[in-house]
Design a protein. Structure first.
Length: 207
């Protein structure tokens, strides 16, 4: 169950502070340092999170199989505009253009199929050094490097751990956001060169 709005705001305040600390330590520019990735299976109403996010943060619309994805994108676009946040659409350039999104997100399985649009931020999901290099070649400005820690999204899956994460981030041709089991209690373990902030799903609520 998603937390109360008061608890959500408290969680987001803590996550935003952790993201800012990573950003300052990382010493690198990125379009944003805090991102919420939608997942309706865990957080059925992402608008609740969006309305509590700080200005300058980003919402990444995933939920790739949802029949209501276009409608969700429009609702999130309205909220992001009002709150001065960025809306990033996952794996759908046409939808990003239709709703006037700020960027496009490339999952590791998605081939953009055409050159980066000059007016859109491009981000990418990465799990290996090869994927980090490919993301840069595709024109990504920011990589979501995961899983940093063990995560409820993929129970039992191998995770990078702090040392491997920091090493991969430092060698990445693009700035990275930490993703996967990251919250305000462990984000400091990932601090290092080229780490621009963090992204999460469940950490934004009690899920």
């Amino acid at each position: 169950m998603v937390s109360s709005q008061k608890n959500i705001r408290s969680r987001i305040t803590a996550l935003a502070a952790a993201a800012q600390t990573l950003n300052k330590t990382g010493g690198v520019y990125a379009p944003f340092s805090l991102a919420f990735l939608t997942d309706q299976a865990r957080i059925p109403n992402p608008e609740i999170i969006a309305r509590a996010m700080p200005a300058g943060a980003a919402i990444v619309l995933r939920d790739y199989q949802s029949r209501e994805r276009a409608a969700m994108a429009r609702r999130l676009r309205t909220i992001c505009t009002a709150r001065k946040m960025l809306l990033i659409i996952g794996a759908d350039i046409d939808l990003a253009e239709t709703v006037g999104a700020d960027g496009i997100h490339l999952p590791s399985w998605f081939d953009a199929g055409r050159a980066k649009l000059d007016d859109l931020i491009m981000t990418a999901s990465c799990h290996t050094r090869l994927e980090l290099d490919r993301a840069a070649t595709q024109g990504a400005e920011l990589a979501f490097l995961s899983p940093a820690f063990a995560t409820r999204s993929h129970p039992g899956a191998k995770h990078l751990g702090p040392d491997a994460f920091r090493n991969m981030a430092a060698a990445s041709p693009t700035p990275v956001l930490a993703l996967g089991g990251v919250d305000e209690t462990n984000a400091s373990q990932l601090a290092g060169p080229n780490v621009a902030g963090l992204a999460a799903i469940g950490a934004f609520s009690s899920c």
